[in-house]
Every structure is written in structure tokens, then in C-alpha cells.
Design a protein. Structure first.
Length: 189
């Protein structure tokens, strides 16, 4: 499974491509940080982020895009920019029929370090170790993008099983409801 990991942001947006293999085997294929100037018009900054994401998708052909879910931050303006950057990337993926999955920071940290409240240094150290990199990815946005892709590679099989189980349960509920209707008709008829 080839996954594009995205740590969204307007000033720095981490992007990565990871190939998942058997079990928990993952290989980093590419990583970078898209930067936009803070003094640039918001729409133009979003366009730069979207263009870069589209180029990555068209070049690397990921089977899924994993984006960090924006959570409440103290700085509302930063949270808005982060959400907007994630949104244009999700839109670019949707236009290409690439499934998009959102993971919370604590899910990503727990997946790569075993601790949902790990700090950035711990995440970077584990990403470096998991991927067998000679040097730690820098800046932290690059390491976070890789961590998101790793997290999705490892969580995707479980998420798929859960979705199938939920679909089967919903189908069983529908059939049961239909049987009840049939029985009531037979009794009252």
C-alpha cells in the first residue's frame, strides 16, 4: 500500500510517500515540506499547497492519503490555516478518487511510539528508526508527515476490518427488520 502522509499547514506543510509491505514493514519513498510566505494572500498560499499536493499525487500515485486531523489549538488563526490546507489536499485527493483518511495527533503518536502523548523528538526518533533512515527527517513537519503515512499503513487493515464488520451488522439489522415486517404482516393478515 502506497500512502501519502500530510502534516497540513500554511507556512510549512509536510508531505511524504511511504510504501507499506508485509506486516509492519514500511519504506520511505519521498518526503518534503511545502512552504508558503506568511505575507502572501491566503488564497494564493492555499493554491501553492494544493498545486504541490496534486503534483505529489500525480507523480507518486498513492493508494490513500493520510492527513492529520486538526484539533483545537490555542491559536484559532493557526488552526484555521491548518484546516484549510488539509481541506485543499483532501479535495485534490477526492478529485483523483484517492481515499482520504484523517488521523488525530494522538493516534499517530501512539502508532509510531506506543505513547499517544509523545513529544516531537520521540516521534522523530521512532520515525527514523522504523524507516531505517541514516539521519532524522527535518524539520519536524517532514517527520510528522512520515509518521502519518506509517500510522495509516499500520491502521488501515484494522480500519478496513471494522468497516466491513459495520457493513455486515447494518445488513443484518436490515434483514432482521424486514423479517419483522413480514412476520407482522403474516400475523395481522
Amino acid at each position: 500500500m502506497r500512502v501519502m502522509g500530510v502534516d497540513p499547514g500554511l507556512t510549512r506543510c509536510g508531505v511524504s510517500i511511504v510504501e507499506g509491505g508485509l506486516g509492519r514493514q514500511v519504506t520511505a519513498l519521498a518526503v518534503d515540506v511545502v512552504r508558503t510566505p506568511p505575507d502572501m494572500d491566503l488564497a494564493q498560499r492555499l493554491l501553492l499547497v494544493a498545486d504541490a499536493a496534486e503534483q505529489w499525487m500525480d507523480t507518486h500515485l498513492p493508494g490513500a492519503v493520510a492527513i492529520e486531523r486538526v484539533f483545537s489549538q490555542h491559536n484559532v488563526r493557526t488552526a484555521m490555516g491548518t484546516a484549510q490546507a488539509g481541506g485543499v489536499i483532501a479535495l485534490a485527493a477526492a478529485r483523483r478518487d484517492i481515499p482520504v483518511h484523517f488521523h488525530t495527533p494522538s493516534q499517530v503518536k501512539a502508532a509510531v511510539t506506543g505513547n499517544g502523548s509523545a513529544d516531537k523528538a520521540q516521534v522523530t526518533a521512532m520515525v527514523t528508526r522504523i524507516l531505517g533512515l541514516r539521519t532524522a527527517p527535518k524539520p519536524a513537519d517532514a517527520a510528522d508527515a512520515l509518521a502519518l503515512a506509517i500510522c495509516h499503513c499500520w491502521r488501515a487493515p484494522m480500519l478496513d476490518r471494522m468497516a466491513k464488520a459495520e457493513a455486515q451488522a447494518a445488513q443484518a439489522r436490515r434483514k432482521y427488520a424486514e423479517r419483522l415486517v413480514q412476520q407482522r404482516k403474516a400475523v395481522s393478515g
